[in-house]
Design a protein around this ligand. Structure first.
Ligand SMILES: NC(=O)c1ccc[n+]([C@@H]2O[C@H](COP(=O)([O-])OP(=O)(O)OC[C@H]3O[C@@H](n4cnc5c(N)ncnc54)[C@H](OP(=O)(O)O)[C@@H]3O)[C@@H](O)[C@H]2O)c1
Length: 417
């Protein structure tokens, strides 16, 4: 099979862009060369000859000799303009910008179909770990039952440092930023937005549902306090930021991102530092576990490199599962066993939101409840300023399953007969 030669226009030369330059220079067999690099700041000192750089993206987009645009900026709005324009001009595109992809997902899929140009984005989910192409190509929709994982390297690094090394949250965040793990706006990581954007991408390739990010309940690690960390330690568990999506008995897809207590027998327990881990459950293969570095210059560049290699034989995502019209499960029908902490001595009205209460505790500064709550009530409660934090134990059984209601109606009918 003849392979296409790639002449690349690189837009963004920060942590990942520089990693890609280094990785490409050590991979001559790929036959890919960087023709031009577009950056934003005219005053920054660059490690390469000045003639390679431009500050005008049109010099890349207008150049017919450039057949691939690699978009590695940290600006989702600029990324959207660059990627859509490049696709319209018939160029292949590789991007790592999960925020841009999750926000404009439907449009980007439609644009690829309309123009025939392809957009690949393996680096946008779990950096070095090849999860998107696996979900897209390997797992049939019917067989896949759940995908759950630690999708954000920066928050996993912070949680590992605060939990095991007793580092302060601020110190751990500063270290994550210094190592190039954190987003330019770190609240995207710490408040769970980044993990949610990645979950949106995974759900499309796993289950064929393109969800809007706002449809998915999210909580990050920024509210986790000493009480939750001590509770986890006392029970021999760790807290991880876990994104999960699973198929409910009615075929709909339940999805959310929440801090979770993880036990030593859970595959995610040993996924520490900047590593990401994803567990898939399928009907016949049981569970499978992927692990790899979820951030950093060269690990992320390696996924971009793999996309470039795939472009050489014209690989494209076919989004085969989208035709199956999967729907998201209603948040009223998702039930979770959680620990909820509030900065108040009396949990008051909060108890009414719980379907079951298992533990209740108050001290001078706060109270916490453990028990079962619906995702819709949890989301509503979390949106109230007063609530401090929530950590998930596990998905709970539906206390009001539809089959029970149906059985009840049937038995009523029998009585009537
Ligand atoms: N870092 C990671 O570990 C990691 C992991 C997975 C995915 N990603 C994703 O990869 C992308 C790049 O991340 P990064 O960490 O490499 O970011 P970064 O270190 O902040 O670098 C961003 C680069 O983009 C350039 N840039 C920003 N806006 C631009 C514009 N409008 N036009 C041209 N250039 C522009 C910047 O130019 P200047 O140099 O002039 O400032 C800089 O070179 C992001 O989407 C991020 O979410 C990163």
């Amino acid at each position: 099979m003849s392979r296409k030669k790639l002449r690349i226009g690189l837009i963004g030369f920060g942590c990942v862009g520089q990693g890609l330059y280094e990785a490409l220079s050590k991979t001559p067999a790929l036959e890919a060369s960087i023709a031009r690099i577009c950056v934003r700041d005219r005053n920054k000192v660059r490690p390469l000859e000045a003639g390679l750089f431009t500050f005008d993206r049109a010099e890349i987009l207008d150049d017919p000799s450039i057949n691939v645009v690699v978009e590695l900026t940290d600006d989702a709005d600029a990324a959207y303009e660059i990627v859509t324009e490049a696709l319209r001009r018939g160029k292949s595109v590789v991007s790592a910008n999960k925020k841009m992809i999750a926000t404009h997902f439907e449009e980007l899929i439609a644009l690829q179909r309309e123009t025939g140009s392809q957009l690949l984005y393996e680096a946008a989910c779990c950096a070095s770990m090849p999860i998107i192409r696996n979900l897209e190509e390997y797992y049939d929709n019917d067989l896949l039952e759940c995908v759950e994982g630690i999708l954000n390297g920066s928050t996993n690094y912070i949680l590992s440092k605060t939990y095991t090394e007793g580092m302060s949250y601020r110190e751990a965040l500063a270290q994550a930023q210094k190592n190039g793990y954190a987003e330019s706006d770190p609240s995207l990581d710490t408040e769970g937005f980044d993990a949610r954007n990645k979950l949106v991408i995974l759900i499309a390739h796993a289950f064929g549902k393109v969800a809007a990010p706002e449809e998915i309940c999210r909580l990050g690690i920024d509210r986790i306090g000493r009480l939750e960390l001590d509770y986890a330690k006392e029970k021999g568990k760790k807290i991880k930021l876990v994104a999960q999506a699973y198929r409910c008995p009615d075929g709909k897809i339940a999805a959310f991102v929440l801090p979770k207590f993880v036990s030593p027998n859970d595959k995610l327990f040993l996924v520490d530092d900047v590593y990401n881990g994803v567990v898939t459950c399928t009907r016949f293969a049981d569970t499978q576990f992927f692990v790899g570095k979820g951030a950093g210059s060269l690990p992320t560049a390696s996924a971009v490199l793999s996309d470039l290699s795939a472009l050489r034989y014209d690989y494209r995502y076919e989004y085969k599962k989208l035709g199956e019209n999967a729907a998201l499960q209603s948040k009223d029908d998702i039930f979770l066993r959680v620990l909820l902490r509030i900065p108040d001595r009396s949990p008051g009205g909060l108890t009414a939101s719980f379907i079951e209460i298992h533990e209740r505790y108050s001290n001078r500064d706060c109270s916490f409840i453990t028990g079962v709550i619906s995702l819709s009530d949890l989301e509503w409660t979390l949106s109230s300023e007063q609530v401090c934090s929530c950590v998930l134990f596990e998905v709970a059984e539906d206390p009001f399953p539809k089959w029970k209601a149906a059985e009840h109606v049937e038995s009523q009918n029998e009585i009537a007969v």
